[in-house]
Design a protein around this ligand. Structure first.
Ligand code: TYD
Length: 139
């Protein structure tokens, strides 16, 4: 499960005028994008996210600045550095995620496979752990 969280390197179409990074749905990332949002102005000591989603998949890209993402599948955890504007992290559904260590200039772009639905967010960690435990037992 956690091994399905993957860094994606997008080609940098750079020339003397600067860089241009393209993210095409179903090509560069493995889903159709239904929603885009971005997070900025978070202090260094803030932890965002702290949830898992029943349905949504995400790709997170620090288009400016840096942050870290800690992913957790109920058994193991892994930390990814988002520190280049052409690197994204793909997060499948049912992954617990914390975003933190935001640089002052951090702009974290989030591409999502679903429209916003508060009901598909799991925001209680104990609930998440027991859901994942049940899922493993029912496999
Ligand atoms: P929240 O999920 O807490 O952000 P994060 O996980 O990045 O810390 O969302 C903050 C607020 O924005 C919350 O009131 C819900 C709202 N929101 C939307 O209305 N639509 C969205 O697509 C997202 C991601 C959040």
């Amino acid at each position: 499960m956690i091994e399905n969280c993957k860094l994606i390197e997008f080609p940098q179409n750079g020339d003397e005028r600067g860089h241009l990074v393209v993210v095409e749905a179903n090509k560069d990332i493995p889903f159709a994008i239904k929603r885009v949002f971005y997070i900025y102005g978070s202090d260094q000591d803030v932890i965002r996210g702290r949830h898992a989603n029943y349905n949504s998949e995400f790709v997170l890209i620090n288009v400016a600045g840096t942050s870290k993402v800690k992913v957790d599948d109920g058994i193991s955890q892994k930390i990814f550095d988002l520190d280049r504007p052409h690197i994204g992290i793909y997060l499948p559904k049912l992954v617990w995620k914390d975003m933190y260590d935001f640089s002052k200039d951090s702009v974290l772009l989030c591409l999502a496979s679903e429209h916003y639905d508060a009901a598909e967010y799991i925001r209680d960690y104990e609930t998440y752990l027991s859901l994942m435990r049940n899922n493993r037992e029912n496999k």
